[in-house]
Ligand binder design. Sequence first.
Ligand code: NDP
Ligand code: 8G0
Length: 448
Amino acid sequence: MTDRRAALTETFMQALRDRTPQEDEFHQAVEEVVYDTITVEKNDPAFARARVLDRLSEPDRVVAFRVVWEDDTGAIQINRAWRVQTSNAIGPYKGGLRFHPTVNPSVLKFLGFEQVFKNALTGLPLGGGKGGSDFDPKGRSDAEIMRFCHALMAELCKYIGPDHDVPAGDINVGTREIGYLFGAYKQHRGQFHGALTGKGPSFGGSAMRVEATGYGLVYFAGHMLAQQNREKDGLRVAVSGAGNVATHAAEEALAQGAKVVSLSDSGGALVAEEGMSQDHINWVRQAKASGQGLDDAPDGLRYNAGAQPWGAVEAELLLPCATQNELDRDALQDAIDAGAKMIAEGANMPLTGGAVKLAQQKGLVHAPGKASNAGGVAISGLEMSQNAHGQYLSAETVRSRLKDIMGNIHQTVLAEADPRNGVPDYRQGANIAGYRKVAQAISAFGAI
Ligand code: NDP
Ligand code: 8G0
């Protein structure tokens, strides 16, 4: 069985590598899913005939364009931007926009691919996509950010819409950027409707969208802990990242009685042996919002320049919330030596392939981002329906819906997760459950 699976996966991957050379992140994301689902596909005549995995590993389309804008010195700047529309089999394309110098078609194709399965797991009618630009906002003024967002949307507005493709933020795209992007969309299209999520509350944004990914991650981790009969109270939690997902995960973990022992950014790690306070988390948010590093840390926090949090401090639960491939095999070994037993991914694909294998070998309980970080896109789905109906939900209602959705995802995933030495394989569960939902739709459409 395993040999057949490995052989089928290798044949599939060889063909993918041949037709998409040098797209390493994309191959990594596809391989994880294919390994878990290829026998499900081969054993179901309708799915096999529909060639679901072949279809999903070729996005519906990739729109590529140039963004020209003027910086504060009056010089012309040129960036590259893309929107990857992976699949609208179960709903409009949905997924964020990322601004980062590392953005390229491989990164966006991996993110769009993951998004298809994640969005299916939310139980909402959402397809998958992702977009972004190689624009680096570090050191740019507010006026430059605005001009860049306006210039990008002048082109992107042709390819999105509330029933077609609904972007949102992602790395370096927050409420401010969504405001600029939405203003430009409205201007160019002459329509006010929910073609973006993560909007400000005064123009159609949902309560709790900002908090949803990080809070939802902690709700999901709570179900993992309960499944393992472990206590939340006093649990030592290492978080990486210092952005939206990381700080909200830290905040909710703290609110639930855990000890948050780290945060980090691309410059280094902040460690708190005795756990962070809400004031510490607020300080991190403030420092990042004003474009500073984390080096001038207040009492109770120790800053390690150039370091990652993994293994720097004792922690049982790891919440990697920064970016893809941030946690490699050696770093995970260090974290295991420092007490790590569980991982819930806040970022998308934060573990390298080697780290995923090590987590499995060592019997760690490990939830993939497509399950554990799905709270953000789920509340984006609620924002879309609030926009469509013109009726808005209170923060308490959204929070309770978020808790229900994360609980449902946990159950759905667990139902498809084979236990291995008492540890459920959440990755397999998430891949199979997401696959089945999308495959049923795709195989109903015929040859199209
Ligand atoms: P933010 O821009 O708010 O924060 C990103 C954080 O990650 C920053 O601390 C940043 O450090 C760090 N980071 C980014 N790139 C790198 C890198 N190459 N090396 C080291 N550190 C890096 O983004 P979000 O919090 O929104 O997103 C974090 C992750 O969560 C991403 O993988 C995203 O796709 C995923 N995600 C986000 C959702 C959302 O709703 N926002 C939903 C689901 C998943 P620095 O400030 O120094 O650049
Ligand atoms: O709301 C969204 O569509 C969105 C934004 C940023 C990231 C994600 C994700 O699920 O990775 C979704």
